[in-house]
Ligand binder design. Structure first.
Ligand code: ADP
Ligand code: MG
Length: 346
């Protein structure tokens, strides 16, 4: 099922939570809505689900304008971060619940419901746990049951709002891979919300980066990482440092020193140079390099990162050191960027 979101606007008490969002989601795609808290991710998901209705704009499911259709008529399944299963119901009864409450005529027989719930239990890889109660399951198992319950109504679209947010890091990582595999097997159109860039980048076909009720960028994980459309996206996606520089006919100056990088497309004037710790190489050659004094060291998974104080303004950049580079943790060093991003100063 393709979903087309057009100039969507949603206000709460006259304050916009979504401020003109347009997005085309392809059939069978797994797409992540990524952004900081309050950026409008949940609001967008709830509008797609039919749990909220737009102030302006529209949502198409295929060729059909679904903007004002009810949840029931949209055939969507959803899972939330704290998706409470019914405590007094067995796992199988939880999974079959959505089918049992169908209107007469669309409701399968009890035997069919049990059969389908059993199949779903296999699909989410919890065979044999059908008679357990929610309190007898781990957090990860409970979210898988919640997913099976969402799938029971055979939705065309699966909507997940931080489904793994409440779980510990190791379980979350396992479930990510598992959900990706499940998605590939079932071929649903899946939209999932996360504020965790690693989760979004690892799992999805495309990422929608949101900020303040707007879309900053839509792209594959590689596009988002390699060609961030704005300083916001650059800074949100990975570790980054920023330096104030000046562009003059394509050359880039840090104070009075020309740097060994070019900016052919940027207008002359002040600019912001963004760097990632892992894209900087330590060098002995001062020509075009960025020099800085070590101001701190921090340990990160798989690397040590030194903070260099650069220039008279005391701006700082972070440089990831290879494990072999010992004895770099004080004094002055020079670095050269292998990759960088430049944006005109606002
Ligand atoms: P996210 O999921 O990215 O954290 P939300 O979509 O939940 O963001 O919220 C976006 C903005 O809309 C926030 O400023 C939030 O306070 C506001 N908001 C969301 N839901 C409501 C509501 N039901 N009533 C009033 N304000 C809301
Ligand atoms: Mg949210």
């Amino acid at each position: 099922m393709e979903i087309s979101v057009r100039s969507l606007r949603k206000e709460f008490d006259r304050t916009p939570a979504l401020n003109g969002v347009s997005l085309d989601i392809q059939s069978g795609e797994l797409i992540a809505l990524l952004g900081p808290s309050g950026s409008g991710k949940t609001t967008l998901l709830r509008l797609i689900a039919g749990l909220e209705f737009p102030t302006a704009g529209s949502i198409f499911f295929g060729d059909e304008d679904a903007s004002h259709k009810s949840v029931q008529d949209r055939h969507v399944g959803f899972v939330f971060q704290h998706y409470a299963l019914f405590k007094h119901m067995s796992v199988l009864d939880n999974i079959g619940f959505g089918l049992k409450v169908r209107p007469r005529g669309q409701r399968p027989s009890d035997a069919e419901v049990r059969k389908r719930a059993g199949d779903l239990l296999d699909l989410v890889q919890l065979p044999g746990l059908g008679n357990r109660f929610p309190h007898q399951l781990s957090g990860g198992q409970r979210q898988r049951v919640a997913l099976a319950r969402a799938l029971a109504i055979q939705p065309q679209v699966l909507l997940l709002d931080e489904p793994f947010g409440a779980l510990d890091a190791k379980v979350r990582k396992e479930l990510r891979r598992w959900l990706r595999e499940l998605h590939d097997r079932t071929g649903h159109t899946t939209v999932f919300v996360t504020h965790d860039q690693e989760e979004a980048m690892e799992m999805s076909d495309r990422v929608v980066v949101m900020s303040q009720g707007r879309i900053e960028q839509v792209g594959t994980p590689d596009e988002i990482y390699d060609q961030p459309a704005s300083p916001f996206v650059y800074a949100f996606i990975g570790d980054s440092s920023e330096l104030s520089v000046r562009v003059d006919r394509g050359a880039v100056y840090l104070e009075d020193a020309a740097l060994a990088l070019v900016a052919p497309d940027l207008p002359d004037g002040p600019a912001r140079l963004f760097l990632r710790p892992h894209d900087l190489t330590i060098t002995d050659d001062p020509a075009g390099a960025i020099a800085g004094r070590v101001a701190g060291v921090r340990r990160q998974a798989g690397a040590r990162v030194v903070e260099l104080e650069v220039g008279a303004k005391g701006e700082r950049i972070e440089v990831a050191l290879p494990e072999t580079e010992r004895g770099m943790e004080n004094g002055t060093h020079m670095v050269r960027p292998r990759k960088w991003q430049l944006y005109p100063a606002a």
